[in-house]
Design a protein around this ligand. Structure first.
Ligand code: MSP
Length: 511
């Protein structure tokens, strides 16, 4: 059985989850569901990054111990993922003992290899990023990500010999052209590696909240070295000798943390002689009404606010239909409602509702018989379109092009709506053309079934509802090939018309 191991960044639990956290986690959920649909053995890892100065400072502000502080916030993440229908395999916390052991193992391996040496660091540090910056990277003296002042940090520190990995990294990039995606990001990182790599500091001794190094108790692990290792501890790399998930197939990350994943992480793995992940995909950032998302200006979107606008599935759909994954996007309530009304309620919802109503009215609520000789009505065209919608969806999902996949599905939905208008089943009923009428309704229902299958990973609740309305409940055991094949609906199956799929007023949502 093919396996698929996908990860999200692990998030700093210094506040409740916002759009930056749930966007990547939803993307991973969609991919995990897609690969499961294809019959693969999927492992989907997410979690929290709980050490470091940023967390220590946030805890101090609340007058709490760091562990107590993060323990209070973790349920917020778990609840949020549940509300958004995110079905992960494991939620890892970097304060877990097994993770701590894996981090020590990584330090130990590199130390013994001679890739770690002691020195003294003086540099410009942004606690928001937990990263040092060079003068030239700053924007008017401020961190380019957080726009806040950086501080000068001076400390005795252990260094990792990143510079020694330049050639091996270049070779890996040359041999694996899709190691980083989108392609523009691959080129950007390759260019920066070619420019040269600097050794970097991987320990701290100016504060306490972190993992003690195995070879020096005075120092704690650098939070990024600690965090990146979660991708190994998440699948019990250290204790599970018959490792079936590592190497990860895909690390999903935001564009701001690509360097850590595309350069530092592979070098750490090379140093520890562990195989590298298959691909790292960097997505863009969202703005809110065209403005930077910022807590201080009250421009954040949390999970409850998001769901309150139009429900979970409309939100899931909007985030992945609106922008090409990899590019920046703009979030607005109006934009979300527009898509809910136009795409979900009008195009998808009405199609489903019309097809089921007609099936009840003209076919006694049972899937009618499909007659091949009635293809003259355009059923052949629909069948062809269905086959290419499936192929396009598969191709796009391979390339992690969510909006491309959704566009393909929506072209098919539009075609089905045109088919209803063109064939006008109500006229066929009036003229007593029963066989033709049956075929048209069968084609509509089969088109809807296939649409629901393809939409499953994106809007799982809606997809399940539609399949349930078509009398198709237990679908797990059916292979993707069969589900995605045209012509699976059995004549005679009773349908169950439910409540409307995307009501404008959420309080009436009960189907
Ligand atoms: N703890 C590190 C990751 C360690 S992974 C080994 C971290 N945590 S974080 O809580 O700051 O996560 C931030 C994530 O949210 C990043 O992937 C970042 O790109 C993403 N976003 C933050 N703001 C964002 C938007 N406005 N839009 C989309 N994603 C953004 O970094």
């Amino acid at each position: 059985m093919k396996k698929f191991y996908v990860t999200t960044p692990i998030y700093y639990p210094n506040d409740i989850p916002h759009i930056g956290h749930f966007y990547t986690t939803l993307a991973a959920d969609i991919l995990a569901r897609w690969h499961k649909l294809k019959g693969e053995d999927v492992f989907f890892l997410t979690g929290t990054d709980e050490h470091g100065k940023k967390i220590e400072t946030a805890a101090q502000k609340k007058g709490e111990e760091p562990k107590e502080f993060v323990d209070g916030l973790i349920p917020k993440f778990i609840e949020a993922w549940k509300k958004l229908n995110i079905d992960y395999s494991r939620f890892i916390r970097t304060t877990e003992a097994a993770h701590i052991d894996t981090v020590r193992f990584m330090y130990d391996k590199s130390y013994k290899k001679g890739d770690i040496y002691k020195g003294f660091y003086e540099g410009l540090y942004c606690t928001g990023c937990e990263a040092y910056y060079q003068e030239k990277e700053l924007e008017t003296g401020c961190c380019p990500v957080h726009k806040t002042k950086v501080e000068i940090l001076k400390e005795e520190s252990y260094f990792f010999k990143l510079s020694a990995y330049r050639d091996r990294l270049l070779e890996h990039y040359e041999k694996n052209k899709s190691f980083v995606r989108p392609e523009s990001r691959y080129n950007e990182i390759l260019f920066r590696i070619k420019e040269g790599l600097l050794d970097f500091s991987i320990s701290r001794n100016s504060f306490k909240w972190g993992i003690e190094l195995p070879f020096d108790k005075e120092h704690i692990a650098y939070v990024w070295f600690d965090a990146l290792t979660n991708y190994l501890s998440g699948v019990n790399y250290l204790t599970n000798k018959e490792q079936k998930y590592w190497p990860a197939d895909l690390h999903l990350v935001g564009k701001d943390i690509l360097w850590f994943h595309a350069v530092i992480w592979p070098a750490m793995l090379m140093s520890a002689e562990i195989p590298l992940p298959g691909q790292i995909f960097a997505h863009g950032w969202w703005t809110f009404n065209k403005e930077k998302i910022s807590k201080s200006r009250g421009k954040v979107i949390n999970v409850d606010e998001l769901i309150a606008i139009a429900g979970v599935d409309a939100a899931r759909y909007f985030l992945f239909a609106e922008t090409t994954f990899g590019q920046d996007g703009d979030f607005s309530t109006e934009g979300l409602l527009r898509r809910r009304d136009a795409d979900l309620a009008n195009e998808l919802g009405n199609l489903v509702s019309r097809a089921l109503t007609m099936c009840e009215k003209y076919c006694a609520g049972k899937v009618p018989v499909y007659k091949e000789e009635n293809c003259a009505l355009g059923a052949g065209e629909i069948k062809e379109a269905a086959i290419s919608a499936v192929a396009r969806c598969c191709q796009c999902m391979e390339e992690i092009d969510f909006s491309g996949a959704l566009n393909g599905i929506w072209s098919f939905i539009k075609l089905l709506n045109q088919y209803v208008e063109k064939t006008a089943p109500w006229k066929l009923a009036k003229n007593n053309e029963k066989e033709k009428l049956d075929t048209v309704i069968h084609v509509m229902l089969e088109g809807i079934r296939l649409t629901a299958v393809l939409l499953g990973p994106f809007i799982p609740e809606t997809s399940e509802k539609i399949l349930g309305q078509l009398g198709l409940e237990a679908q797990e055991k059916i292979s993707f090939e069969n589900k995605a094949k045209w012509g699976q609906l059995q004549a005679g199956t009773p349908i169950k018309k439910g409540k409307i799929l995307f009501p404008k007023d959420l309080t009436t949502k009960n189907g």
